[in-house]
Design a protein. Structure first.
Length: 111
């Protein structure tokens, strides 16, 4: 029974650390650009888009479809970087643990 109690205590500590990491991820940001810097998207580590910047010369053009494509590309890259950030932070928590399914854990379900 001591072994089970110890495992439960470790699980509670890990759960607490995971909650802390998720809070910290909300404070960390990543940035991605597309179109050679014409569109810039900033996201936090919880995959929330915080800001989209569009250079004025892109808006002056008549090709709205291109602008839409640039925005989608920058958002997708920002979210991918947010996933990587979360994966890095979670790997700090699971480092050294040999629990099946815990390596490379990402709180958002993507690897």
């Amino acid at each position: 029974m001591k072994g089970l109690s110890k495992i439960l205590q470790q699980a509670q500590k890990m759960e607490s650390k995971m909650a802390k990491i998720q809070e910290e991820l909300a404070e960390k940001t990543v940035e991605a650009t597309s179109g050679g810097g014409m569109v810039t998207v900033t996201a936090n580590g919880q995959r929330e888009i915080l800001e989209i910047k569009i250079e004025p010369e892109v808006v002056d053009k008549e090709d709205v479809a291109m602008l839409e494509d640039l925005i989608v590309a920058a958002i997708n890259e920002a979210l991918s970087r947010a996933d990587e950030l979360a994966k890095e932070e979670m790997s700090k928590l699971t480092m050294g643990l040999n629990i099946p399914g815990m390596q490379g854990l990402n709180p958002f379900g993507k690897m």
